[in-house]
Design a protein around this ligand. Structure first.
Ligand code: COA
Length: 328
């Protein structure tokens, strides 16, 4: 009998503090009009000083466990996709394991920038289909606002904090579940979107901090063009692998970096925007948290129906990109 990975529950958490475009107008030389027209972003969340990534991740995980009707004690594995972990080491996933009391679970972090949740879904699906595990918690969580240069208007208006989670469960014989996943990376383009310092290449030093080398650097214009192309390619790869055409896709859950990139992917799929979840206006770009935050938003709003073919996609630092097709 076919073994499939089903998404048994989703959950998300957003910090309370909202930073609006009007707030940013007071901090850097920008306007609400520029930010909305270029990116679609209106506001983003900022974690409280005492909150770290594992705190956001744990809140999202609790809600996903609740929706799945699962207990933390049943979890076999926890994967946290993040580029803003609590510490250099140990892993954020281990801290989430401790917070949840999920002491049976193995736990590790995964770094694939904004594509991290798609990578985590793919790895979780492989573990389940291999027969290694039956219950897996995957999380995308970020406190990106700690790694932003708040004097750089070209990046500081784009990013936000948050966490999203999903419970993956083994199911036999059914129609629903993960149909395929597709992962890519082009390391030759790594420096188009990165934080140069703070780890082994340029270790922490006063000079490194003075030059803000631990903050996000992005060539937005270049990234934009590559993202539109690579997302179109990975959508085509997914359709081909499953012997489907764009008419067979019922719902799109895209990475939330830029409304114009989302619209380009929706257009490729001939999907009207009511079949696309958009949270970028409220969340900004939350990197690895973006796809699971958007997924949970659509699931809780009842927009994704049983039997729907749902396409998840993401693009980000690495450069990485990927997609997953799930029968709901
Ligand atoms: N407010 C006002 N003006 C700004 C600004 C801001 N916050 N940020 C940049 N500008 C200015 C630039 O200085 C530039 O001015 P110039 O023409 O005088 O040099 C002008 O706006 C255009 O900048 P550009 O970077 O070409 O704008 P854009 O249309 O490409 O939009 C992004 C910028 C970042 C919104 C867009 O490139 C983008 O979304 N890129 C992809 C992001 C992404 O997907 N990231 C990876 C996934 S995680």
């Amino acid at each position: 009998m076919t073994v499939r990975t089903v998404i048994a529950g989703t959950g998300s958490y957003l910090p309370e503090k909202i930073l609006t475009n009007a707030d940013l107008e007071k901090m850097v030389d920008t306007t609400d009009e520029w930010i909305v027209s270029r990116s679609g972003i209106r506001e983003r969340r900022v974690a409280a000083p005492e909150q770290a990534t594992s705190d956001l991740a744990t809140e999202a995980a609790r809600k996903a466990l609740d929706m799945a009707g699962s207990s933390a004690a049943d979890l076999d594995l926890i994967i946290v996709a993040t580029l803003s972990p609590d510490h250099f080491f140990p892993s954020t996933a281990g801290l989430v394991q401790r917070n949840l009391g999920a002491f049976k679970a193995a736990a590790f972090d995964l770094e694939a920038a904004c594509t991290g949740f798609i990578y985590a879904l793919s790895i979780g699906d492989a573990f389940i289909r291999m027969g290694s595990y039956e219950n897996i918690l995957i999380i995308g969580a970020e406190v990106l606002t700690r790694f932003i240069n708040w004097e750089d208007r070209s990046t500081c208006v784009l990013f936000g904090d948050g966490a999203g989670a999903a419970i993956l469960r083994r199911e036999e014989g059914g129609e629903r579940g993960v149909l395929s996943t597709h992962l890519h990376c082009d390391g030759r383009l790594a420096e188009l979107l990165y934080a140069p310092g703070g780890v082994s290449r340029i270790p922490p030093s006063h000079e490194m901090i003075d030059q803000k080398l631990n903050t996000v650097r992005m060539q937005g214009n270049e990234i934009f063009k590559i993202a539109v192309t690579k997302l179109r390619e990975v959508v085509e790869e997914t359709l081909e692998k499953n012997g489907l055409t764009e008419e067979d896709i019922d719902f799109l859950v895209p990475h939330q970096a830029n409304l114009r990139i989302i619209q380009a992917t929706a257009k490729r799929l001939n999907l009207p925007m009511e079949k696309v979840v958009v949270t970028v206006d409220r969340h900004g770009n939350t990197s690895a948290a973006s796809v699971p935050l958007a997924l949970d938003d659509a699931v809780r709003a009842g927009r994704i129906k049983s039997g729907d073919r749902v396409l998840l996609e993401a693009f980000g630092g690495g450069l990485t990109w990927g997609a997953a097709l799930v029968r709901w």
